[in-house]
Design a binder for this molecule. Structure first.
Ligand code: MTE
Ligand code: MO
Length: 316
């Protein structure tokens, strides 16, 4: 998302590839696999067993997705977490300095019961679920990830939002000793995000504590991060320490950094291009050829009603 002329994976070729070729994607890939041209290039086996030293974190599977999961290795080594550098492999290399215990999340603002919740109490208060979601980065790549977590709505209900609350603002930890990327002014720190209260309360909006049946690796936003699957990935803020309910639309990091490129809503929309690249297609990590991006990242049936009557070019 830094200033560059194109999206990191060049969609140039796909822009000129005849549509008919995409229909043969499976055949093409199968052929290349048979020829040994793409070892491990096609997504992971949907194995519950991953090679990870992290503690298990089980959840009842409440949502599946009939698509191949992105390999655990890619999910944990191809990250955006600018607190640990701007390179995709920086977070996996450097996020070891983040201390995830003790960890509390402050919930305050326009609520009847402001409170500070210890992360370990969270897992005792609420049953955990496992949900398979697509994640679409604004840069043009996507993944399929099995998350473990709880609906954000449940946590918000605990604090009892007031009738005057209209938005929810989130904040990542700010500590340049633990997060060396914060010594660089690449973004304003701490990283902040926000959604409307109805988006926050939507049953798809997840507070994730784990992935692939294990606690979150630091590089993926340990110990707790947001996952809003119908929005571009940057809305899914990592390593949250504060959740504040407010009556005003809160500032968000990428909108502060480049307001003409990143709007407050940032719903996945193949029809509204980023000023510097198309959003019509995406590359699923592990895939060979690009695929079409779906409106609302494929979650339109469930969320489109939230935006009825809104001009989606203006509120991008
Ligand atoms: N605090 C914080 N949260 C963040 C980011 C970040 O740089 N800092 N990057 C965002 C972006 S751009 C994306 S695409 C997702 C990536 O999540 P993942 O690395 O777990 O796939 O995290 C989002 N959350
Ligand atoms: Mo992203």
């Amino acid at each position: 998302m830094l200033i560059r002329s194109r999206s990191p994976h060049d969609l140039t070729e796909s822009d000129t590839t005849p549509e008919a070729l995409y229909w043969n994607r499976r055949t093409v890939v199968a052929g290349m696999l048979a020829a040994g041209l793409v070892p491990q290039a096609v997504g992971a086996v949907q194995a519950a067993e991953v090679n990870s030293p992290l503690p298990r974190l089980a959840g009842k599977r409440t949502r599946t997705l009939d698509e191949e999961w992105t390999s655990y290795d890619s999910v944990t080594h191809y990250n955006n977490f600018y607190e640990f550098g701007t390179g995709k492999e920086d977070p996996a290399e450097r996020a070891g300095t983040l201390r995830t215990r003790p960890w509390t999340v402050r919930i305050d603002g326009l609520v009847a019961k402001p409170q500070t919740i210890d992360i370990d109490r969270l897992t005792k208060l609420f049953p955990l679920e496992e949900r398979i979601y697509r994640l679409r980065c604004v840069e043009g790549w996507s993944m399929v990830i099995p998350w473990t977590g709880l609906p954000l709505a449940k946590l918000l209900a605990l604090a009892e939002p007031l009738g005057s609350a209209k938005f929810v603002a989130f904040e990542t930890l700010r500590d340049p000793r633990q997060m060396p990327g914060q010594r660089s002014p690449v973004l304003q720190w701490p990283y902040v995000e926000g959604v409307r209260l109805d988006e926050a309360m939507h049953p798809l909006t997840l507070l994730a504590l784990g992935l692939y049946g294990r606690v979150l690796p630091n590089q993926n936003g340990a110990p707790v991060r947001l996952v809003v699957p119908w929005k571009y990935g940057f809305k899914s803020i990592k390593s949250i320490v504060r959740i504040r309910l407010t009556d005003r639309q809160p500032p968000t990091s990428w909108n502060l950094s480049a307001p003409n490129e990143y709007g407050f809503y940032s719903n996945v929309n193949p029809e509204v291009d980023h000023p510097r690249w198309s959003q019509a297609r995406e590359r699923r990590i592990g895939d060979w050829l690009p695929r079409k991006t779906l409106p609302y990242n494929g979650y339109g049936e469930e969320v489109a009603a939230l935006y009825r009557g809104m001009n989606l070019r203006r509120y991008f």
